[in-house]
Design a protein around this ligand. Sequence first.
Ligand code: AMP
Length: 176
Amino acid sequence: MNVENLKSAVRNIPDFPIKGIQFKDITTLFQSAELLQDLSDVLYAQYKDKGITKVVGIESRGFFMGPATAIRLHAGFIPIRKPGKLPYKVIEEKYTKEYGEDAIQIHEDALSADDVVLLHDDLLATGGTMVAAYNLVKKFGVKKIYVNFIIELEKLEGRKHFAPDVDVESILQFEI
Ligand code: AMP
């Protein structure tokens, strides 16, 4: 299996949703049964021996491969959502975005200290969203957190916001 095939199936949309952003559209990869299977296989191979008990996906594009990977790993799936979406008691983490503040939430009983977590989102840009998610999951005192993205935009250097001992992996790397 060739990861380059996955990479070339990602569609780049210039100036979406605002001028200056090179939006990475993964729907073009997902519409191919073969490539979707390949992507799932890569994720499974990367984490099958890590003892993952919960996959935590970030709204909304972390909800595509998050549950699919959880099923293959025989793990549970936990959503991290934007404020006001989760129905039960939540824990919240605020973070700074390019324009103002944002926040994400998780159910307060979603994880326990016995869990080994795979934290997943579609794309690493500046890293703000995932660092907030990492801090949120850390509050549960879980055994270990693995961080995974389908795509990493390397020029934005999002991974430098994680401590060097954090296991951060991406499957497809783009410059911007
Ligand atoms: P960040 O917090 O800057 O790392 O942004 C990551 C979040 O924003 C992810 O959930 C992505 O879905 C989305 N995102 C940021 N930049 C892009 C981009 N160029 N193409 C697609 N999605 C993006």
